[in-house]
Design a protein around this ligand. Structure first.
Ligand code: AMP
Length: 214
């Protein structure tokens, strides 16, 4: 299956995409992860993307198009992929079409993970990543045992550079202005599936599997 995940920052796209990848032969392709990798590696591309990311702005369309075209052409994407965080505006949705045509593929669905604003804020301000395993945790929602296990194993709970309150507010604004119009775009294309994204990770995942017929 070839799926686009829509949804605000903090809606659970990454968490759910990783779960789909673990249980089905579908690769998660996250432009945010690819960009953070480029920033950490100090590549030229990473240097170009960094300021926009730190400010909660979108990186330019041509940079992300290059990244996504290169990633989707790799062999592990042939069986299917989830685009997590791409497209983020109408231009990117249009840019994606020839990229898919070039590899002889088309989208099966666009999933909107629907979450209220107050819950998004709590998920984003509380979000942490284990420095050792990359596991996603949340200081408000993860159990004390899960949080303690990270430090006991010698890991640290790392907060993303763009998960501070000011940048979060701006990322949510950018989402409303630039990304939300994609909901209608994919609805008109007959691809939209809305999944209620609040509650336990397991129950959201069950709703997602049902919506996609996985
Ligand atoms: P994410 O991990 O998806 O929340 O993305 C983190 C940051 O990476 C965003 O705030 C943007 O600065 C940048 N980014 C990720 N995906 C895109 C995209 N498709 N277009 C432009 N910028 C992006």
């Amino acid at each position: 299956m070839r799926i686009v995940f829509l949804g605000a920052p903090g809606s659970g796209k990454g968490t759910q995409a990783k779960r789909v990848m673990a249980e089905h032969d579908i690769v998660q392709v996250s432009t945010g992860d690819l960009l953070r990798g480029a920033v950490a590696a100090g590549t030229e591309l990473g240097q170009k993307a960094r300021a926009a990311m730190d400010a909660g702005e979108l990186v330019t369309d041509d940079i992300v198009l290059g990244i996504i075209a290169e990633r989707l052409a790799q062999p592990d994407c042939a069986n299917g992929f989830i685009l997590d965080g791409y497209p983020r505006n109408l231009q990117q949705a249009k840019d994606l079409e020839p990229v898919l045509a070039d590899i002889g593929q088309s989208l099966d669905a666009a999933v909107l993970l629907d979450v209220e604003l107050d819950i998004l804020m709590k998920r984003l301000t509380g979000r942490r990543t284990c420095s050792k395993t990359g596991k996603l945790l949340n200081i408000y929602y993860s159990s004390q045992e899960e949080l303690d296990a990270v430090t006991a194993a010698g890991g640290e709970l790392i907060q993303r550079a763009d998960d501070n309150e000011e940048t979060i507010a701006h990322r949510l604004e950018v989402y409303r202005e630039q990304t939300e119009p994609l909901i209608d775009y994919y609805r008109e294309a007959g691809l939209l599936k809305v999944v209620q994204g609040e509650g336990e990770i397991d129950e959201i995942y069950a709703r997602l599997e049902a919506a996609l017929g996985l």
